[in-house]
Design a protein around this ligand. Structure first.
Ligand code: EPU
Length: 329
C-alpha cells in the first residue's frame, strides 16, 4: 500500500482535469486492507481509471485507487483484480483461449468499474459475463461476495452505483466460453473481419478509436450522456417529426409490460447542432456528439457548464431529458 499527500489527480482522470486530493492511497493485489485510511469514511472516494469522472474542485479527503494486475483462470472462469485495466483483461482472455468479451475491447476503465458501470459496447455488456464480484464493504468493514443477481445490473447501472464509495471492488469473476462465436448483431460491426477473435478485437478497437479523441491529444470520458429511455408516446412523436432519427431499441419492462425506447443521445445532440462546438475550454467531439472533451486545459466547471447547456437545449428542442453517464464530483 502506498500513500501520497496533496497530490494532483491530473493523471488519474481521463479528462485530465488538474485538481488535487488531500491524500491518495494506492492498493495492490496482496496488500492487507487494515489501515487508518478506512476511518475516513464519508471523506473517501474510490476511483478506477478515472474514465468516468469530472472533478470540479480539489478533493478534501482520501482518494482510493487499486493498481496492478492479477488474473487467474479456473476452467471457464476468470477472476481478475479490480484495478486491472479492462482492455488488458480482454486481451488476456483471448491469449488464454477464452472468448466472449471481444466486443468490450478498448473500453477505458478498470475491471472494478466494469461492474459498477455495467460497461457495454456493440451489443455486449459486462453483466453478460460477470459471475460474481468480491468486495470490501467500507461501511460494515467486512469482505463479501455479490452474485450477478445481487448486483442488480441494468443499462450502465448496478447496485454499487447506488451506494457510491461504500464498496471497494477487489475482484471480479467472469464466465467465458471456449468457443468463439462472433457477436456481430450491432450495425457498426457489419463487414468487420472475424475469422479469429483477435481479428475481431482489433477491428472493433479501430472502429471505437475512430469516434473518440486520442487520449494523448484530448482528455474525455467516452460517452458523456446515457442514451435516454422514453415512453411510447414520446418515441412516436419524435419518429413522426424526425423520420431520419436512428432506429431505437425497444425494451419491454418486466413488471408493467409497457414498452420503452432507448434513443441515441449522440443523434439528439448532433441534430441540436452541438457537434464540434467549443464552449469555454470544453467541447463536443467533432466525430461523435456523445463525447465531451478537454479542448484546452479545461476545468470541471467548463465541462459541467457545457453539459448543462446541451441538456437544456435538447430538452427544449426534443422534450427529452439527458442524464450524464459521467459522475460530476
Ligand atoms: N449519432 C449521430 N451523431 C453523433 C453520434 C451518433 O447521428 O454524433 C447516431 C449514430 O449514427 C447512430 C446512433 O446515433 O445511428 C448511435 O450511435 P452509436 O452507434 O455510435 O452508439 P451510441 O449509442 O452513441 C453506445 C455506447 C458506447 C458504445 C457504443 C457502441 C452509451 C451511452 N454509449 O453509444 O459506449 O461504444 O454504443 O456500442 O450507451 C461509453 O459508454 O463510453 C461508450 C463509448
Amino acid at each position: 500500500m502506498k500513500t501520497f499527500e496533496n497530490i494532483s489527480l491530473k493523471e488519474y482522470n481521463t479528462f485530465g482535469i488538474d485538481v488535487k486530493a488531500r491524500r491518495m492511497v494506492v492498493l495492490e493485489p496482496g496488500d492487507d486492507l487494515s489501515g487508518k485510511w478506512k476511518e475516513e469514511r464519508g471523506k473517501l472516494l474510490v476511483i478506477g481509471a478515472g474514465s468516468n469522472m469530472v472533478f470540479t474542485k480539489d478533493y478534501d479527503g482520501t482518494v482510493l485507487i487499486l493498481n496492478g494486475e492479477e488474473v487467474r483462470m479456473d476452467g471457464l472462469f476468470v477472476r481478475a483484480w479490480g484495478g486491472m485495466m479492462m482492455d488488458d483483461l480482454v486481451q488476456w482472455t483471448l491469449d488464454n483461449g477464452l472468448y466472449g468479451m471481444e466486443n468490450l475491447s478498448a473500453i477505458p476503465g478498470t475491471v472494478g468499474a466494469s461492474a459498477v458501470q455495467n460497461v457495454g459496447a456493440y451489443g455486449a455488456e459486462a453483466k453478460d459475463f460477470i459471475e460474481r464480484v468480491e468486495v470490501y464493504d467500507l461501511q460494515e468493514r467486512c469482505h463479501c461476495t455479490f452474485s450477478n443477481a445481487d448486483c442488480q445490473f441494468a443499462y450502465r447501472d448496478s447496485y454499487f452505483k447506488h451506494h457510491p464509495n461504500r464498496y471497494l471492488i477487489l475482484r471480479v469473476t467472469y464466465r467465458l466460453s471456449r468457443e468463439f462465436v462472433p457477436n456481430l448483431g450491432y450495425k457498426a460491426l457489419e463487414g468487420l473481419p472475424h475469422d479469429t477473435a483477435q481479428q475481431l478485437r482489433e477491428a472493433i478497437t479501430e472502429v471505437r478509436w475512430q469516434k473518440l479523441p486520442r487520449p494523448e491529444e484530448h482528455g474525455s470520458a467516452g460517452s458523456f450522456f446515457k442514451n435516454p429511455v422514453v415512453d411510447e408516446a414520446t418515441y412516436r412523436r419524435l419518429r413522426e417529426q424526425y423520420p431520419d432519427m436512428p432506429e431505437a431499441h425497444s425494451v419491454t419492462q418486466p413488471l408493467s409490460y409497457t414498452v420503452t425506447y432507448k434513443l441515441s443521445a449522440g443523434w439528439l445532440i448532433d441534430r441540436a447542432g452541438w457537434k464540434g462546438r467549443v464552449q469555454g475550454r470544453a467541447g463536443v467531439w467533432p466525430k461523435n456528439a456523445l463525447v465531451l472533451y478537454n479542448a484546452d486545459g479545461c476545468t470541471g466547471d467548463d465541462v459541467r457548464a457545457l453539459a448543462k447547456a446541451i441538456q437544456q437545449d435538447v430538452k427544449q428542442k426534443f422534450g427529452v431529458a439527458l442524464d450524464p453517464e459521467a459522475i460530476i464530483i
